[in-house]
Design a protein around this ligand. Sequence first.
Ligand code: NAD
Length: 471
Amino acid sequence: MPDISLHPLMQKDQDFPELAVLRETFERGITRDFSWRCAQLLALEAFLIEREQDIAGAVYEDFRKSPAETFLTETGYLRGEIHFVLKHLKSWMKPHQVSIPLIYQPAKGSYTSEPYGVVLIIGAWNYPLNLCLAPLISAIAAGNCAVVKPSEHAPHTAKVIAQGLGHYLDRNAISVFEGGVEETKALLENRFDYLFFTGSQSIGREVMHAAARHLTPLTLELGGKCPCIVDENVDLTVAARRIVWAKFLNAGQTCIAPDYVMVHKNVEGELLLSIQDAIADFYGDDPRVSPDYPRIVNKYHFHRLEKLLSRSSPSRECITEPHDYYIAPTILQGVTLEAEVMQSEIFGPLLPVISYRDLGEALEGIGRGSKPLAIYLFSSDLTVQERVVRQSRSGGVCINDLLFQASVHRLPFGGIGSSGFGAYHGRAGFDTFSFQRSVLKRSLYPDPDLRYPPYGSRKFYFLKRLVTFFH
Ligand code: NAD
């Protein structure tokens, strides 16, 4: 057993004794082995396969999400991510050799991706499995120990995660912490080596504050208002079907859902009709009885959305059911950028539609808000596509579809500005949970006197010539 002396900042570990165990495991170095990382990822995959029904049942209990949707957005995605990581991990772990300038020769230089240590992953409730386990895959791949803190607002899923990870993974390296706001605040008093937070902007600030106390590096995956522009040159039926699918998936409780639509004035009427048709096609005339339409997660969010609704003008009567936290898929017409519903992230099944006369006006309106996680565009015009990409700022862009920019394992996923910073998925996740450690190996000889003081004017002259010549 190695001698691990506790730094004063670690003293809080007594509130969460598992932390000391994780630190000890990390110090022993086993999590750095390629074989350990692969074994843990395969064990995580086994959990996702063998417990698929339990997971689907728990997510359904938490907010009536259908098993198909849970597979698509949670277990299916995570299994794909594990496969992708396993396929590339060996090459990501290889040291990168660098060429050394003549002036420092003879020498060899390289850098490797090294794990931070014990990391804390705090998840949001809206994709309660994915938002805890996708960062965990990256953390394990990079060789870290991890504490996973699922959201208390999806308690059934949190239980399945705690039981599953405890059973399948190395308990001395991966631990689940179940708790609410106060418990998480107390947990954050401890020093972690990296923090990965997914959630709202306001709590993101608190987490960043807690990280600052220990100078802990972090990633913030936050939210915002993601716009979807619909140009005149596009198949409106396909655009409408895709918008409806992406907006009402998870009843609008998706960080990268289209928060609002900006449509060219000339096609506004046709798009609205196609959107209503798509809603009826997907969820029937009464979405209350559709097995594919989830509920709002809790009373707080239900009342928040009801309040927004009461101050807006839906295109049709919107049915809500407080006992069930049900809010029908709802289109809000004639909305302006100044409307209350446009002042914060909606995070629910209300879709404002705003019309524009020219693209410049739409881009100017979008640019006035803070930078979102994603910007969507439906247009068959290449010039329009290029202009939107060039003249907007966001964590990602998806053209002629929505959400899938977050499903491609090779594409980094993250925000910018108030939608967060840092990225993960695939290689980006491995890099996020690693730091790059440089190693320079020099020869003891030659050992010219030129580098050492005293620096007389002649020596300084030669030194300057030499350094500037070789750089
Ligand atoms: P939230 O900020 O309320 O909670 C997120 C997590 O933080 C939970 O685990 C919670 O227990 C914990 N927490 C709450 N208060 C805390 C505190 N004072 N100190 C420390 N931890 C605390 O967010 P939410 O309601 O779970 O999720 C919704 C938000 O998350 C939306 O804004 C959405 O856009 C965003 N989101 C972002 C992404 C992304 O990938 N960028 C993904 C999903 C959700």
